[in-house]
Design a protein around this ligand. Structure first.
Ligand code: 1OR
Ligand code: 1OR
Length: 314
């Protein structure tokens, strides 16, 4: 009887999977699960909204999904030296940083840091893997947690949509040609999309860098002021190049670990895919050689334009 019953249930599930997907891919069949809601004061909700404003994983959610995410998040205070996550453990929550500095430690070695912004803990929840890194608070801090079940119901489900939306485009980006198909998919899973209107500044020369951009549509103008001429009255921004669909910018500061070397502005409406520095380090390591080769060309052009390559080297 058990096998018959199991067989019946399996078939039923199979049929449901088969029918539900193509007919209505966005059908919310898990909507019967109880929703997690952590009540918040207006002040907390304000701070939470501010902390989540630039979280890339939330950028492709619709309003209803985003508001369910905010409802489910809970505040958590952390002490210096506290391990928020331990490498090798199972994943319980995803975290958004409200404040504090956190070391990223892999196999005992510090490989990076979060400084008062960003998020972590998505990998174990997305791929059902053990935690890939240890996250240690270096000072008093505050985090917003999102439980595993809600993360899977909303974010992981949305990833299927993201893959459908960006798979073709990502495959067409020359820089990413050397990645394996699964690596490109993982990139899609964690990237965010941002829109800019005409003349809006996307990058500011001199700023600290924490992300990388690929142009999905529209045109981006790269403008530069000479640092060596910084005291001169005639040190106006000079247009140095433009980027269009499939091209990237904002890699230089990440590769050289320096402030942004130029500013970037939208020309008309622009859509960019955005990848944070941790995902850049984790997934684009093998593309760095291509980037470095192109950076060598920047130096040559800098000499031609400003008479020195001081600005990129300093
Ligand atoms: P998790 O659920 O695996 C640890 O828990 C989290 O650390 C992980 O999700 C990421 O959100 C975050 N490699 C692996 N995980 C990283 C990395 C990372 N950076 C941040 N996390 N890097 C490669 C190290 C060889 C990037 C270093 C900058
Ligand atoms: P970033 O992170 O420094 C500004 O932020 C971005 O502008 C930079 O990365 C590059 O992606 C992009 N010199 C410096 N940055 C450039 C240049 C460039 N071209 C594009 N960017 N050039 C030499 C300057 C005269 C190349 C001109 C074709």
């Amino acid at each position: 009887w058990r096998t018959i019953l199991e067989d019946y249930l399996k078939k039923k599930k199979y049929k449901k999977d088969l029918c539900a997907e193509p007919l209505n891919p966005d059908e919310d069949d898990e909507d019967t699960e109880p929703r997690v809601v952590h009540p918040k004061t207006d002040e907390q909700r304000c701070r939470l909204q501010e902390a989540c404003r630039d979280i890339l994983l939330f950028k492709t959610l619709d309003q209803e999904q985003f508001s369910q995410v905010l409802d489910a998040m809970f505040e958590s205070i952390v002490k210096p030296q506290e391990h928020v996550i331990d490498q090798g453990h199972d994943g319980d929550n995803f975290y958004v940083i409200e404040r504090g500095v956190y070391d990223i430690v892999v196999s005992g070695k510090c490989v990076g840091q979060y400084n008062n912004k960003g998020s972590f803990g998505e990998l174990a929840l997305m791929y059902n893997t053990p935690r890939a890194a240890t996250i240690v608070a270096t000072q008093d801090g505050a985090l917003w947690g999102l439980d595993r079940a809600t993360f899977r119901r909303l974010i992981v489900k949305n990833n299927a949509k993201k893959r459908r939306m960006y798979e073709c485009f990502i495959e067409s980006v020359p820089l990413l040609k050397s990645l394996e198909a699964t690596e490109r998919m993982k990139l899609v899973d964690v990237l965010g999309a941002k829109q800019f209107t005409d003349a809006e500044r996307i990058i500011t020369q001199g700023d600290k860098a924490d992300c990388f951009y690929i142009v999905e549509s529209g045109e981006v103008k790269i403008m530069m002021k000479s640092k060596t001429k910084a005291d001169h009255a005639d040190n106006a921004e000079v247009e140095i190049t433009r980027c269009t669909r499939g091209q990237y910018f904002g890699e230089l500061a990440l590769v050289t670990n320096k402030p942004r070397a130029a500013s970037a502005y939208a020309v008309g409406d622009v859509k960019c895919l955005v990848i944070d520095i941790q995902a850049f380090e984790r997934l684009l390591g093998s593309c760095k050689e291509i980037m470095k080769r192109n950076i060598a060309h920047y130096e040559e052009q800098l000499v031609a334009l400003f008479g020195s390559s001081m600005d990129l080297r300093d």
